[in-house]
Design a protein around this ligand. Structure first.
Ligand SMILES: C[S@@+](CC[C@H](N)C(=O)[O-])C[C@H]1O[C@@H](n2cnc3c(N)ncnc32)[C@H](O)[C@@H]1O
Length: 550
């Protein structure tokens, strides 16, 4: 039996194998389908001890807030409450618990690499006769495995053999060559069809496999994206999808240079023929061509002309140079763990040609700024400087990289600005700001701004888009709503609150619109405009600010 597609779609066969086709129109942001019963939903290997093994919420040790308790038998899998533990026990842990007990007793280890654990789970489900898993992995419409493709790379195949041997051994099913072959087939199916499940709040990763969702093919110019909330994946349209259109998501970060994308797609054994790949289009060119641009009129980058005609100088950097810059950045800095400022300095040097060409949204520039912004956000002496960087990312980089304003990274970017304003707001009211930050530009903008109004406006924006692009249960949204409620109940702010609320209800409300532009957009833009100078001063060895880097 073929996997069941969501309402409004059908599974069809095409040149790229099976695919998901819309049978009606989906406007931008519409939910195409929810997938609440995955066959596999796992945290990454070591995450077995830091993430609830059922609902996949992250515990306090890994950046979340939950206190987690380990299974008393295997002492490896952790849970946030008894309900999650019972559900996981019933679904798989009853069979899997023994695997981790053995692992601890024989090797003193308490986790398995993610693909190995996923394969163990599938083998155990198959042995137990689970109908859904049997249909998906062995049925007439079984998941694609690309076995021949994997086999053609001897190194990959050798790794797969080792992983499959481990999975078959730990699941108690390594009897002969056939059982190893069976485990290898399962591993290939898992690798081809499981999604990387990235938690946008904590950065925790894991995998998620649902047979219907696995029917969606890839394009680097996607028209849909997948978000995860606990054990549910939601497929949403990023732009209008018409009846008969193929629904396509990006399996990888689509804003990376073409050769890097092709490298990442090797795991899936196809060469992408989308317009971004065939025309070697960069993030600006793709953004310019998308019908989703007008959605940005209600965003932190409402200047649609700027998105349509960016003022960048392509003559300064060829596309081949962009590829080289990205490779150098990745090879020289990606796995470094030394001083964060030294890494940022080296990254900045590598990015220089892109910066000089004003191509701030081309990777690896945004990743360089984001890395620094995340680091400064956690540092007492740098936290104020993170604010212009966050404003810059949200206005100059993210709208180009992710043109639909409801994509999770856009919403998250706004929330980071609010979090930083909460810090600078306190420093301003305690008179500490100028002492902590000698940069007159930042102090000047913040002195004139009403930072509470800024937070209110930004929170309204984040909630508006968050409710389109993410689940209502998303903790970031819940926190944003609670914070907005607190701010709106502050005494003496009735006038500001009513103007912002009027704008949030109707962005065309003339008074509310002017108020939002003056009180929220203008200071965000001013802070954003300071970012290049801060980056150059901190990382490019120009003196003024760097003196205090100490
Ligand atoms: C998750 S599956 C998608 C469903 C798959 N087409 C099927 O028939 O089962 C991923 C596989 O689909 C194929 N695929 C996905 N996107 C593709 C594309 N843009 N071009 C060619 N093949 C693609 C590749 O074989 C890839 O390994």
């Amino acid at each position: 039996m073929a996997p069941l597609p969501p309402d409004g779609t059908r599974i069809s066969s095409g040149p790229n194998g099976r695919c998901l086709i819309a049978t009606r129109t989906f406007p931008p942001g519409a939910v195409i389908g929810k997938f609440p019963s995955p066959i596999i939903a796992l945290p990454d290997g070591p995450g077995i001890k830091t993430t609830c093994n059922w609902c996949l919420r992250v515990g306090s040790e890994a950046g979340g807030t939950l206190k987690l308790k380990a299974c008393t038998a295997c002492k490896a899998a952790v849970y946030c409450d008894a309900k999650c533990q019972r559900a996981h026990w019933k679904y798989i842990h009853k069979a899997e618990c023994r695997v981790f007990t053995n692992l601890r007793e024989t090797l003193g280890k308490d986790w398995l690499p993610t693909p190995v654990r996923a394969t163990v789970q599938v083998l155990l489900h198959l042995k137990g006769g689970d109908a859904v898993v049997t249909e998906a992995f062995r049925g007439s419409e079984k998941l694609q495995g690309n076995v021949e493709g994997f086999k053609s790379d001897p190194q990959v195949w050798k790794d797969f053999e080792l992983m499959s041997m481990a999975a078959a051994t730990y699941s108690g099913q390594l009897q002969n060559k056939e059982s190893l072959d069976e485990a290898m087939k399962v591993l290939c199916q898992v690798q081809t069809n499981a999604f990387n499940r990235l938690d946008p709040d904590t950065g925790a990763t894991g995998i998620f496999l649902d047979p219907s969702l696995a029917m969606v093919n890839h394009s680097c110019i996607y028209n849909a994206f997948v978000g995860f909330e606990k054990r549910t994946a939601t497929l949403r349209a990023t732009q209008q999808i018409d009846e008969g259109d193929e629904i396509m998501i990006s399996y990888i970060d689509s804003t990376l240079p073409r050769s890097t994308r092709q490298g990442a797609l090797r795991l899936y054994h196809f060469t992408c023929g989308c317009p971004r790949c065939s025309g070697n289009l960069d993030a600006y060119e793709v953004c310019q061509s998308l019908p989703a641009i007008p959605l940005n009129s209600f965003s932190l980058q409402p200047d649609l002309k700027k998105l349509q005609n960016p003022s960048i100088d392509r003559s300064k950097v060829t596309k081949e140079q962009v590829e080289r810059i990205h490779n150098e950045w990745y090879e020289k800095t990606n796995s470094r763990t030394d001083d964060a400022m030294d890494i940022a300095e080296d990254r900045w040097k590598i990015c220089k040609p892109l910066v000089e060409a004003n191509m701030w949204a081309i990777e690896p520039v945004p990743s360089t700024i984001l890395g620094l912004c995340n680091y400064w956000q956690t540092q007492y002496k740098w936290v104020v400087y993170a604010l212009p960087l966050a404003c810059f990312l949200a206005t100059e980089c993210d709208p180009v990289k992710y043109p639909a304003p409801f994509e999770t990274w856009r919403v998250k970017g706004i929330i980071v600005i609010v979090q930083l304003l909460a810090v600078t707001g306190e420093l301003t009211s305690s008179g500490e700001l100028a002492k902590r930050c000698p940069h007159e530009g930042i102090v000047g903008v913040l002195a004139l701004a009403d930072q509470v109004t800024m937070c209110q406006g930004l929170l309204h924006l984040a909630i508006h888009h968050g409710l389109i692009g993410a689940d209502e249960d998303w903790q970031v949204l819940k926190d944003a709503k609670a914070m907005l409620k607190d701010l709106e109940s502050l005494p003496g702010r009735e006038k500001e609150s009513s103007l912002i609320q009027a704008w949030a209800k109707n962005p065309e409300d003339p008074q509310g619109k002017v108020f939002f532009e003056e009180e929220v957009l203008k200071p965000v833009k001013e802070l954003s405009s300071i970012a290049p100078e801060i980056l150059d001063a901190m990382l490019g060895n120009s003196l003024q600010i760097r003196v205090s880097r100490g």
